[in-house]
Write a protein that binds this ligand. Structure first.
Ligand SMILES: Cc1ncc(COP(=O)(O)O)c(C=O)c1O
Length: 355
């Protein structure tokens, strides 16, 4: 039984909006979308008077070939945030179905679930190591009408990754019952292999990737859902008509070119080295009680009074993330790996801090 059979019946039956471009593409005379025939004086030469391709063909092809998938397994949207939202809307009936998340984790799973009216079942990560409670996740799915399970790997804000065997076991146990969503926003900073290779084995798996982190294109808003063709086709039914602006498609396609990817990989290596250095330096700072190892581009650390330190840093124009209100993260802050001068400024303020 396909995993799509557990999705919302009304969405499966929905006759989606058929945009002009989706029906007929472009022709020498294109008069079917009430667009302007003239370029805007502000147009950088991209033909922005026209609606873009709803799913830019060349970009979808490129992504598919990078991940060794079929184009039908790829959805391009406005950041991973959109992928999270689409999945919850397609699979969870408001007031009836639920999702599982493993806090402390990325906040948008819960927010998107609340907006959709889906229940939230928390299966906390094991305290201090932040390992996934695999048994707990499966038990939660037995008890509730859980349709979606979010696994974040590497996890934001704890930085640890989930090994592929664990993901595979969870997919296997939940086959036909729930969609397992592995959010790999930080996958490019991480040595643990990603879950894309499992897509051949499990139709109840979706992997989220983003251009916002390792590709340094947060401002463009581009994220990917990689999954079984039936899942992608379901999500496309509820995707906004033209989610990928022409400029976004253009820049992302360039960013995914061979030469650019090699360049980007060098930057990622620099960030990984900086992260590992920052980890060592943070450990040596007196006020830092604990730093957790990270496979992302950020580090989680604990001090005696997290919020006070956050305020002091903010007063000095250095912004880090106060995560001390997350469950299990009392007095913890999360710092992104910055450029050398930013890391140095952050560290020197920590050295000078007198609570
Ligand atoms: C784990 C995780 N997933 C998804 C996102 C959202 O990424 P995007 O910019 O692609 O919407 C973030 C952003 O910080 C994140 O930390």
């Amino acid at each position: 039984m396909s995993i799509v059979s557990i999705a919302r019946e009304d969405i499966r039956q929905l006759k989606p909006y058929a945009s002009a471009r989706a029906i007929a593409g472009m022709a020498p005379v294109t008069l079917n979308a009430n667009e302007s025939p003239f370029l805007s004086p502000a147009d950088p030469g991209l033909g922005l008077n026209r609606y873009p391709d709803p799913q830019p063909g060349e970009l979808v092809q490129r992504v598919a070939s990078l991940f060794e998938l079929a184009p039908e397994q790829v959805l391009v949207g406005r950041g991973s945030d959109e992928g999270i939202d689409l999945i919850l809307r397609a699979f969870c009936r408001a007031g009836q179905d639920a999702m599982v998340q493993c806090p402390p984790t990325f906040g948008m799973y819960a927010i998107a679930a609340r907006i959709q009216g889906a229940g939230i079942v928390d299966v906390p990560l094991i305290s201090d190591t932040f390992k996934l409670d695999e048994t707990g996740v499966l038990a939660a799915c037995d008890e509730q009408p859980v349709k979606v399970v979010f696994l974040c790997s590497p996890n934001n804000p704890t930085g640890n990754a989930i090994d592929l065997d664990t993901v595979a076991r969870i997919c296997e146990s939940l086959a036909g019952r729930a969609l397992v969503v592995v959010d790999e926003a930080y996958g490019d900073f991480c040595d643990t292999p990603g879950a894309v290779t499992l897509l051949q084995r499990f139709d109840n798996l979706a992997v989220l990737r983003t251009l916002s982190k390792a590709y340094a294109l947060a401002g463009l808003r581009c994220g990917l859902v990689l999954s079984h063709p039936e899942v992608i086709s379901l999500l496309l039914r509820i995707l906004a008509p033209y989610p990928v602006p022409a400029q976004t498609a253009d820049v992302v396609l360039r960013a995914l070119g061979e030469a650019q990817r090699r360049e980007q990989q060098k930057v990622v290596s620099v960030l990984i080295d900086s992260r590992d250095n920052l980890f060592k330096q943070l450990k040596n700072i007196k006020i830092v009680e604990k730093v957790w190892p990270s496979e992302g581009n950020f580090l989680l650390f604990r001090v005696a009074q997290g919020h006070d330190l956050w305020r002091y840093l903010a007063d000095q124009q250095v912004l880090v993330r106060d995560v001390s209100h997350y469950p299990g993260l009392d007095n913890c802050l999360r710092v992104s790996v910055g450029a050398a001068h930013e890391n140095a400024r952050f560290l020197s303020l920590l050295e000078d801090y007198r609570p």
